[in-house]
Ligand binder design. Structure first.
Ligand SMILES: *[C@@H]1O[C@H](CO)[C@@H](O)[C@H](O)[C@H]1NC(C)=O
Ligand SMILES: *[C@@H]1O[C@H](CO)[C@@H](O)[C@H](O)[C@H]1NC(C)=O
Ligand SMILES: *[C@@H]1O[C@H](CO)[C@@H](O)[C@H](O)[C@H]1NC(C)=O
Ligand SMILES: *[C@@H]1O[C@H](CO)[C@@H](O)[C@H](O)[C@H]1NC(C)=O
Length: 418
């Protein structure tokens, strides 16, 4: 009897200790540390990669990479996946970062929360898109938490938050069919302000992540006090539209970027139409097919990045591509990830409108990105304070040109007023 009472007392104390104080209600969101462990699924993945036979000859000769991923690139990646890639090694590295999960609006949200040791670090929410993941920001997370200075000599460091979008990696598959990026924006504002308890923060996004970051910048103007984008959720203009508005592309860099963006519209957006109109077909076709996902996703990493991908400053190596595709495959999230397209058919607005905020907006353009917005267009959608155009890097700047993205992100501190 006595021991039972003592046990109950101990249990009660533990229960009390685990309850959230009024100032920190995180436990209402079941915040807990998270550890990546997908090792048990790896042997089957490797067996499937091994069992996938690719043709001996290209189907359509002498096209290089213009008609999609080349057979030789796909074969080398398949070979490296089986011989030099090691998921357990990647997982071990990734587990050195602080991962968590929380329950928000009935969903599990996975996120990295890497705190700076420097007081008054700026909370910074980094948002990935498709076919990216939280992996896009791994190369810069530690550096962001460290003490540094901006170009203007201001001290800067960040508390870094990198969530997995709903439907991606370790976050839940999107539940309701009409879930949009503005719902994701609301969930992420809850994550930063209610789960983690920050009053204000800055946010950066690429691809769909830019749509979410822009939505936060526009709709959550009391908590989001700086926006930074590498992509816009507004349809890029054609050369004719730019000319009609007297927006001239003065440098060869801008002319190259405009041409690449127009080429994407003409011959690079087939995946976009498929994922918007028939996501189940491509989703189910590739759900249990690692080499199929490698072709579909790997093509985007190769085609949307700097031709020097993998050579400094880029860290977009074959190993990085294999790590990303493995993450999609092993977490069974390919089919749910493509739903983002069908759920947001007007992901690119045609009307350029100004965000409802006085917070600063920063923009980083990268030469090999697939969308291009000259400074004059970006200035139409927010309080643009900084526009940098980089000669290297592409659609995944966190891995394609990490030093440039890092240095631009630090400039947030120049304009940060909370
Ligand atoms: C609330 O608690 C969580 C978990 O201990 C912690 O990570 C977070 O920083 C806390 N937030 C505040 C504002 O103290
Ligand atoms: C463009 O410039 C021309 C010549 O200066 C001017 O007539 C026209 O109104 C301008 N168009 C716009 C949209 O600003
Ligand atoms: C990327 O695809 C486009 C067509 O959409 C093609 O013109 C270009 O050559 C490709 N580039 C690379 C590096 O694969
Ligand atoms: C936030 O948005 C509201 C609604 O558009 C607007 O009235 C308000 O002035 C904005 N606040 C700031 C700080 O920009």
């Amino acid at each position: 009897m006595k021991t039972t009472w003592r046990k109950l007392l101990v249990l009660n104390c533990l229960f009390q200790a685990g309850r959230s104080s009024p100032s920190n209600r995180s436990n209402d969101y079941h915040l807990k540390p998270f550890h990546i462990d997908l090792s048990s699924k790896v042997p089957r993945m490797l067996a499937q990669i091994h069992g996938t036979e690719l043709p001996d000859e290209p189907l359509y000769v002498n096209t290089g990479t213009a008609k999609g991923i080349s057979l030789s690139d796909l074969k080398s990646l398949q070979h490296e996946w089986l011989t030099s890639f090691n998921w357990d090694r990647e997982q071990h590295e990734l587990n050195k970062i602080d991962h968590y999960t929380a329950q928000i609006e009935g969903m599990t949200i996975h996120f990295i929360h890497q705190k700076s040791k420097v007081p008054d670090a700026i909370p910074l929410l980094l948002l990935h898109g498709w076919p990216g993941s939280f992996l896009e920001f791994v190369p810069i997370i530690n550096a962001l938490t460290k003490k540094a200075t901006t170009a203007s000599g201001k001290k800067v460091s960040f508390d870094v938050i990198v969530p997995s979008l709903p439907g991606y990696a370790f976050s839940s598959t999107v539940p309701p069919i009409d879930w949009t990026i503005s719902d994701t924006a609301r969930v992420f504002d809850t994550l930063v302000t209610k789960v983690l308890g920050y009053k204000t923060y800055a946010t950066f996004g690429t691809d769909w992540g830019a749509g979410i970051a822009y939505n936060l910048y526009d709709q959550f103007n009391t908590t989001v006090r700086a926006g930074h984008l590498a992509f816009l959720p507004f349809l890029p203009w054609t050369s004719e539209q730019l000319a009609a508005a007297n927006i001239t592309l003065s440098s060869p860099l801008e002319q190259y970027e405009q041409a690449t963006a127009e080429e994407w519209t003409n011959s690079g957006s087939g995946y976009f139409v498929e994922q918007t109109t028939k996501p189940n077909t491509i989703g189910l076709a590739l759900h249990d097919n690692p080499v199929g996902q490698l072709a579909w996703i790997g093509e985007k990493f190769l085609n949307w990045s700097d031709p020097n991908a993998g050579d400094a400053p880029s860290v977009l190596t074959h190993n990085e591509i294999l790590r990303s595709v493995s993450l999609y495959y092993l977490t069974k999230s390919f089919a749910s990830s493509v739903l983002t397209y069908t759920q947001n058919p007007s992901g690119f607005a045609t009307e350029y409108t100004k965000a409802h905020t006085d917070a600063p907006l920063l923009f980083s353009a990268f030469k090999y990105n697939v969308g291009f917005w000259p400074e004059a267009l970006v200035a139409r959608v927010g309080n643009l304070v900084l526009y940098h155009n980089h000669e290297s890097g592409g659609h995944f700047p966190g891995i394609d040109n990490p030093p440039a993205l890092l240095s631009d992100l630090r400039e947030i501190a120049t304009y940060w007023a909370e």
